[in-house]
Write a protein that binds this ligand. Structure first.
Ligand SMILES: *Cc1c(COP(=O)(O)O)cnc(C)c1O
Length: 389
């Protein structure tokens, strides 16, 4: 059976080999400490689980939900954006629910990309941006994220020709995998650029609530006039430890929201209503729990940064998201580096190539491992005499 060119063009799953290596080592009895998991290790907050139990017992939640999401959920999103970012959103027209933000990201290009059209994507970046453009028969144009630019794309380096032919631009701050954040000033430049070239900005804001220092990350919709050309993807997955529940949203420009919603009415039938009620509970009543989770990630970050620095690693703390992104200071690609470290210690740091070509000299360390295991990992790295340089 011959696959469509869409399937054939999908890049290979780079982590397949890694999974195999980790599973094999585990089967051989190695006590693996895996810093590769970009999924919170803590449970969903109790009030949310309780709301789910209640909602699932109510038979009115058992039917097909509304396509665009319960108005109560979209209102909760609108209030959250108002309270947190001082952004006004009309819950009727400027918010649409998603079966996780990944679903909306993957579908957006189908609304704007005709075969042969172009879209701008960051590299390193969440792989879905690039593959979603490929699936719509479009061409991704890479915007490198470099350390010297604080892992922000250099808009001046995008050629006029590339800018003119691009229909959409994906961005993601706080960033996975680099942990970088964006200033409001940067977002202003993005909006100015997008308006000049008539580009839709699709900002993935999945980590805005995971900030580890005083500074709170921004929504791109805080920029005056951003809503003329931008939407933002957001999600309950990371702040509420709800990755398995599949609930998120897109908000912003109402024409884009309408198009995405219209596409989705032809593909899915919305989020289970009980999950939506749990989501509403999350949005209104979890501030203390999120604060606790931020402290937890911060503690882990500080432990790792101090510990690895003491062993001679050159490592900068991330301000937000739950990832440390460190460059490997030798010619060895980070994939080889990661393998060497793993074989010696059972500690796994993910090679950055998984997020694109420009990640190849970096390792990503996810802060989803508890402090006891972090201490154990540091001890093993120290005892192994694994040389960083
Ligand atoms: C985890 C994550 C998401 C969230 O995806 P959901 O589908 O909402 O669970 C989105 N973007 C990035 C970059 C992520 O790391």
């Amino acid at each position: 059976m011959e696959n469509s060119h869409r399937i054939k063009n999908l890049p290979p799953y780079l982590f397949a080999e890694i999974d195999k290596m980790i599973n094999k080592a585990k089967a051989e009895g190695m006590d693996v400490i895996n810093f590769g998991i970009g999924d919170p290790d803590q449970p969903t907050y109790e009030n949310i689980v309780n709301k789910m139990k209640e909602a699932v017992q109510d038979p009115t939640t058992h039917s097909y939900p509304s396509y665009e999401g319960l108005i109560e959920l979209r209102t909760a999103v609108s209030r959250k954006y108002n309270e947190r970012f001082n952004v006004e959103l009309d819950p009727e027209t400027e918010v649409v629910s998603l079966i996780g933000s990944k679903e909306g990201i993957a579908h957006l290009p189908f609304c704007y990309i005709n075969p042969g059209d172009y879209g701008l994507v960051p590299d390193p970046g969440y792989p879905v941006y690039k593959t979603s453009i490929l699936l719509a028969d479009g061409n991704p144009i890479i915007m490198p994220l470099k350390k010297k630019n604080k892992f922000l794309p250099d808009l001046d380096a995008v050629s006029k020709e590339d800018a003119q032919k691009s229909k959409i631009m994906f961005l993601n701050y706080p960033n996975n995998p680099t942990g970088a954040t964006a200033s409001l000033n940067f977002f202003e430049k993005v909006i100015e650029f997008a308006k000049k070239y008539n580009i839709i900005v699709a900002h993935d804001a999945a980590y805005t609530e995971i900030y580890l220092d005083e500074e709170k990350p921004h929504s791109i919709l805080e920029v005056k006039g951003a809503i003329d050309t931008a939407i933002e993807f957001n999600s309950l997955s990371k702040p509420y430890n709800m990755t398995g529940w599949r609930i998120g949203w897109a908000c912003g420009n109402k024409d884009v929201i309408e198009s995405l919603g219209r596409l989705k009415t032809n593909i899915d039938s919305g989020i289970f209503e009980a999950v939506q009620y749990a989501g509403i509970e999350a949005l209104y009543n979890s501030n203390q729990d999120i604060e606790r989770i931020r402290k937890l990630y911060k503690k882990r970050r500080d432990l790792l940064v101090d510990g690895l620095s003491n062993l001679g690693w050159s490592i900068k703390p991330n301000k937000a998201a739950f990832y440390l992104w460190i460059d490997v200071p030798e010619d060895l690609p980070s994939s080889e580096y990661s393998k060497k470290l793993f074989k010696k210690t059972g500690v796994f740091f993910t090679p950055g190539i998984g997020w694109g070509e420009y990640g190849k000299n970096y390792l990503r360390i996810a802060l989803t491992v508890n402090t006891d295991r972090i201490k154990e990992a540091l001890k093993r790295i120290e005892e192994s005499n694994f040389v960083y340089k």
